[in-house]
Design a protein around this ligand. Structure first.
Ligand code: PLP
Length: 345
């Protein structure tokens, strides 16, 4: 009996995702053995961590008889892309409120895919996801959908759906524990990108509940490390309550690396670009600048400062986000010269 088996779930992706060894990446870094947990291959509209999450969140929505889903996030949100894709699969209407929109935007990356997916798109200048005015606007959109004859379901991180998202990563931790056990791998260091935090929280909670000897290192993509850590622990508590898990991660069980964080609107840092090129050129694996390459840059920095040596085993959780890579193409310094793409120096 699994830890999350009693929750409603719909099948949207391909699980378990592969746990793939990355020997050329490990050799290039001269450090530990590295495995990549390929949640980017989960499959729903390119895939990513949100496929897992929406199997549970949309499972909950379906159980409630929802015919429309309402959610908010930024214009390059992977969450909104996968939500729209999953809602389409289930015949629900996706209503997306794009936050922090103050002017005209480029139809690139995920923002382009929202249009391809046919989502009902609204915008707001509000950027802070905890702003009560944002919640009020989401509630208003739910009211509007209900008045049009829909049964709306609100996807809202600080509420129930964030906790269900964490539960999805408890399931991921069970999956990973099984894969590591089959390989006979002992203690592991697990690197993952930490944004709003449910994903890291669920992973840490699940690994602890499975009694796996694992150090979870969340690389914060935007928030200061102490804020991100407080969010991880808070989501872990709420998720442990939901699932009836006694073994909860304590502050000592989760490390948050704040060294790579950057505002989403800023161009990719040199460390991020280096990480993207390194994964691509050693393993043929594509990262993106907003989440996964920051996690990779944190892992690379830890190896370079000697925190992880050749006898250590590392799992890098690839949470997806591929469309975001295309939205940042102009930041890599590549030029097209005589038909050959080359680095501009
Ligand atoms: C959403 C997302 C994350 C982070 O998840 P949180 O639960 O918000 O911390 C990491 N990587 C990618 C690609 C994502 O889309």
């Amino acid at each position: 009996m699994g830890l999350v088996d009693h929750l409603p779930r719909v099948r949207l992706g391909h699980f378990p995702t592969p746990l793939q060894e990355a020997p050329r990446l490990g050799a290039a870094l001269g450090g530990p053995r590295i495995w990549i947990k390929r949640d980017d291959l989960s499959g729903l509209s390119v895939g990513g961590s949100k496929t897992r999450i929406f199997e549970f969140v949309l499972g909950d929505a379906a159980a409630a008889g929802a015919t429309a889903v309402v959610a908010s996030a930024g214009e390059q949100s992977n969450k909104l892309r996968e939500l729209a894709a999953g809602a389409n699969r289930l015949g629900m209407k996706p209503i997306l409120l794009l936050t922090g929109v103050t002017g005209p935007t480029e139809l690139a990356g995920n923002r382009f895919l929202f249009e391809v997916l046919g989502a009902d798109i609204r915008t707001t200048p509000i950027a802070d996801r905890f702003d009560p005015a944002l919640k009020a606007e989401l509630d208003r959109l739910c009211g509007e959908a209900a008045a049009a004859g829909h049964r709306p379901y609100l996807v809202y991180h600080p509420g129930r759906t964030g906790t269900l998202g964490a539960a999805a990563y408890v399931a991921a931790a069970e999956e990973l524990t099984g894969q590591l056990g089959a390989l006979g791998l002992g203690p592991v260091h697990v690197f993952i990108a930490t944004g709003a935090a449910p994903t890291t929280a669920g992973l840490a909670l699940g690994l602890r509940a499975m009694r796996l000897e694992a150090a979870v290192i969340g690389v914060s993509v935007a928030a200061p490390a102490d804020e991100a850590k407080a969010q991880v622990l808070a989501y872990a508590e709420r998720c442990a309550d939901l699932l009836g898990i006694d073994h909860r991660p304590s502050a000592a069980d989760v490390t948050i690396d704040g060294s790579q964080r950057a505002d989403f609107s800023l161009p990719a840092t040199p460390a991020v670009i280096e990480a993207i090129e390194l994964f691509a050129r050693t393993e043929g694996v594509l990262l993106e600048p907003t989440y996964t390459a920051k996690a990779a840059a944190g892992m690379i920095a830890a190896i370079r400062r000697g925190a992880l040596g050749p006898s250590d085993s590392v799992v890098f959780v690839h949470t997806g986000g591929l469309p975001g890579l295309f939205a940042h193409a102009g930041e890599f310094g590549y030029g097209i010269d005589g038909g050959q793409a080359s680095r501009r120096t």
